[in-house]
Design a protein around this ligand. Structure first.
Ligand code: IMP
Ligand code: MG
Length: 198
């Protein structure tokens, strides 16, 4: 399917992998599951005489912008949001070039209950780095949520345990619903495979 976004953005050649409806349904399921787990954690902490810490969501910008915006509206709990900006696919690269951290990361997560939200798990470097940096601050808990888990038949640069994954997809380059190619196509409403010219 060709998407016409506006008159100045050329239509990328794409194939829809995940429709808006599928994404919306799965996001609602994930929100419900995360809230149930947080409620269970809260009860466990209280039973142990520990006051549950505040829930802090950490969306990884820019890719997780759209997913996080939808996910938080499926989470009717008291929470705050601390976005971070990381980059691993500079320009028109379609494979991870290593993670750069252009802005400071939060340093005050001690005693909080952290949910890191990313668009996609690929090499694992982004979420590996964030979980190490955040764990060192001793939060009460850290959970990782991704919309997409990319199948890597030969393994990842870093194997990161993910608690919540929306969909497992093949090792394709995808755009839309927040994911970009060279900064573009984040505004496509579906997750699409980008068909690059051969
Ligand atoms: P990782 O550090 O290699 O796991 O990469 C995670 C980041 O790379 C994601 O947050 C995305 O921003 C980006 N990324 C990985 N795969 C894709 C893709 O297929 N399309 C667009 N961005 C991707
Ligand atoms: Mg990203």
């Amino acid at each position: 399917m060709d998407h016409a976004i506006n008159s100045t953005q050329p239509s990328p050649r794409t194939r829809v992998l995940l429709s808006r409806q599928k994404i919306a349904q799965r996001t609602a399921e994930l929100g419900a599951q995360i809230c149930a787990d947080l409620a269970h954690e809260e009860a466990t902490l209280r039973a142990a005489g520990i006051t549950p810490g505040p829930i802090v969501l950490v969306p990884v910008l820019t890719g997780a912008l759209v997913f996080a915006a939808d996910l938080i509206r499926q989470m009717p709990v008291s929470l705050s949001i601390r976005p971070v900006t990381l980059s691993s696919y500079p320009g028109s690269a379609t494979s991870s070039q290593g993670v750069s951290v252009p802005y400071a990361l939060p340093t005050d997560l001690a005693g909080t209950r952290v949910l890191v939200i990313d668009d996609i798990l690929d090499s694992g470097r982004t979420l590996g780095l964030l979980s190490r940096v955040f764990a060192a601050q001793h939060p009460q808990s850290i959970r990782l949520a991704v919309l997409l888990d990319k199948r890597k038949p030969n393994g990842r640069a870093e194997e990161v345990p993910i608690q919540y994954a929306g969909f497992t997809i093949d090792d394709l380059f995808v755009v839309g619903y927040g994911l970009d190619y060279d900064g573009l196509y984040r505004n496509l409403p579906e997750v699409c495979e980008l068909l690059l010219p051969t």
